[in-house]
Design a protein. Structure first.
Length: 234
């Protein structure tokens, strides 16, 4: 079941998204996504891919979309992609076939809150421009942590809402209108900093005026988690 953040009165928080809204939005975006957003999001993608290519291994890309990032992975890596949108994935599959992307194991339609992968499957898991457009970002991040090997990387690239000033005011005003487009410009970064299985090890501003942020987390080992639990109990 997809979870939704709720206000004290039990109603969904204003500006939250649901799967129907997301599917409709990305059905519209699929044919033009690369043209409209390819250059806009390029700096953030390159930042994440540089980190992933240095690490190597088996990577899960959550919200792989049209597969615009797939050709940039090293050919000696293994890459698996998932997305909620059939329309976006059809574009990704065409790209994989036409460009002979042998490093890609496959792409599948999946709910990012319950992927079906076994615990500790991947060396790294990445979500680029995704975490602010899912109904339950906290659940998605915890699922990303679950399927990452201890010591592995979880990487997010996204625009997060300004904490104060005129930009913060503008983002809040835009939030309701942007919902139908599948965006949340006022999304607070604090919502992705609370997963106990992850330790934030890197935070980098990327792109013009630092519009986007790259967050790199490390999946804590079971031993570390046991020590944390013992301290909290004591």
């Amino acid at each position: 079941m997809t979870m939704t953040v709720r206000n004290d009165n039990g109603k969904p928080a204003r500006g939250d998204l649901d799967e129907t809204t997301i599917r409709k939005a990305y059905k519209r975006w699929a044919p033009v996504y690369d043209l409209v957003f390819g250059a806009v999001f390029d700096a953030g993608r390159k930042g994440a891919l540089q980190t992933l290519n240095r690490r190597g291994g088996h990577v899960l890309e959550v919200g792989v979309g049209t597969g615009i990032s797939l050709p940039e992975y090293r050919r000696d890596m293994r890459v698996t992609g998932i997305d909620l949108s059939h329309d976006m994935l059809s574009r990704a599959k065409e790209r994989i076939d036409s460009e002979g992307l042998t490093q890609v194991d496959g792409v599948s339609v999946m709910d990012a809150t319950r992927t079906g992968f076994a615990d500790a499957t991947f060396d790294a898991v990445v979500a680029m421009y995704l975490i602010t457009v899912v109904p339950d970002p906290e659940a998605v991040l915890c699922e990303m942590a679950r399927v990452t090997k201890p010591g592995g990387d979880v990487i997010l690239v996204n625009h997060f809402g300004a904490e104060s000033g005129p930009l913060a005011v503008a983002e809040k005003l835009l939030a309701h209108r942007s919902r139908s487009l599948g965006w949340r410009p006022d999304f607070p970064i604090e919502r992705v900093l609370g997963c106990h299985d992850l330790e934030l090890v890197e935070r980098v501003s990327i792109g013009m005026f630092g519009m986007y942020t790259l967050l790199r987390f490390t999946r804590r080992s079971d031993e570390v988690e046991q020590e944390r639990s013992a301290v909290s109990i004591a």
